[in-house]
Each structure stands twice: as structure tokens, then as C-alpha cells.
Ligand binder design. Structure first.
Ligand code: G4P
Ligand code: MG
Length: 169
């Protein structure tokens, strides 16, 4: 993949996008009891959302790509705490991830969380890629926000940078 096919974002750009995203969520009237971050990509976005929507963050760990960067047949649960499941029942959840790409991980995670009988789940992603999706957002999920709509290119996040001073240069 050449650099033309990649998009780089800085921490500041991401923070600003999340500020706008959080304002949209607040303006909608959705007032979650809990934030659930999908790790690892959703950890930092969820923490920034908490600056604007100050609710406790629970985390679940899911991985679609293997050690050789090949997509697995289904997302793998890295961490799925029983404690989390108990805490979701009857609660309003804001599920956060960094990118809505194929939607496979998002759908898997939403279906798992819906089985814990939350009162409501809404989704917030930092970036949505405009592309044909393999996964679908279950119809029980009434609200979905994306901080920014992007073309289907590989996004380079600052937290993946080995040398942050050279990120995007
Ligand atoms: P989706 O449901 O949210 O659309 O995700 P999908 O299953 O398509 O794939 C999710 C995995 O792919 C995530 O990593 C996500 O970080 C990664 N991914 C997809 N597109 C991009 C991109 O443009 N840039 C980067 N940096 N990552 C991307 P994962 O394997 O689930 O684990 P983790 O990296 O979050 O730990
Ligand atoms: Mg991710």
C-alpha cells in the first residue's frame, strides 16, 4: 500500500473530532449510564469521550486481525469479563470504537452486549469508512454516530506510531 492510500491523524485532530462527536451525542439527548470501549483501538477514543460525557468506562477486548495482520474468520474475544455482563443489564450503554470498517467486529460485539439485556445501546465511532459493510448494526440499536466519514483507505492512528515525531511525515 502506498502512502497515498493511507490517511494519518494526529492526537489533536482526533481529540477535536471527538469533541464534535460528543457534542452531537449530548445534543441528541442520549445520556448513557456507561461507556463500553472495544479494545484496543477504542480505548483512547473512549477516554477522550469521557472528558465530555463523564461516565464510567468498561472495556471488552476483541481482535479481528491475527499476528500476521490477516483477518480471522470471526473476531476473537481477548477479554470479556463476567463482571461487565452483570453491570450492563438494564443500563444505557454507549459503545465506542475507533473505526467502523467492515462492521464485523462491531456487529459481533453489539449482539454479545445485547444478550446482556441492556436498556439501550448506542454506538459512537471516531471514523466510519464509506464502503460496503459485511456486518450490520442490529435493529435494536437506535442511534449511531460517527465523528468523521472517510473513504475506504487505511487509517494510521497516532497510537500505532513507533516514532510519533515522524507520524504522517
Ligand atoms: P469494525 O467491525 O469496527 O468495522 O471492524 P472490523 O471487524 O472490520 O475490523 C476491526 C479491526 O481492524 C480492528 O482491529 C481495527 O482497529 C482494525 N482496522 C480496520 N480498519 C483500520 C484502519 O483503517 N486503520 C487501523 N489502524 N486499523 C483498522 P482489531 O484487530 O479488532 O484489534 P485492535 O487493533 O483494535 O486491537
Ligand atoms: Mg478496534
Amino acid at each position: 500500500m502506498s502512502t497515498e492510500e493511507k490517511i494519518y491523524f494526529t492526537y489533536n485532530q482526533i481529540h477535536n473530532t471527538i469533541q464534535k462527536l460528543s457534542k452531537q451525542i449530548i445534543a441528541s439527548g442520549y445520556d448513557p449510564d456507561l461507556i463500553v470501549a472495544i479494545g484496543t483501538g477504542g480505548f483512547i477514543p473512549a477516554r477522550i469521550i469521557k472528558t465530555y460525557i463523564s461516565k464510567p468506562i468498561l472495556t471488552v477486548g476483541l481482535r479481528l486481525y491475527d499476528a500476521n495482520n490477516k483477518p480471522k474468520a470471526a473476531p476473537e474475544k481477548i477479554q470479556w469479563i463476567d463482571e461487565v455482563e452483570k453491570k450492563l443489564k438494564g443500563k444505557k450503554i454507549l459503545l465506542v470504537d475507533e473505526v467502523d470498517d467492515s462492521r464485523v467486529t462491531l456487529e459481533y460485539c453489539l449482539r454479545e452486549l445485547l444478550s446482556d439485556e441492556p436498556a439501550e445501546i448506542a454506538v459512537a465511532v471516531l471514523h466510519n469508512k464509506n464502503k460496503e459493510k459485511r456486518g450490520t448494526i442490529p435493529e435494536e440499536v437506535k442511534q449511531y454516530w460517527a465523528g468523521e466519514e472517510l473513504e475506504d483507505k487505511w487509517i494510521c492512528y497516532p497510537w500505532d506510531a513507533v516514532d510519533i515525531d515522524k507520524h504522517g511525515l
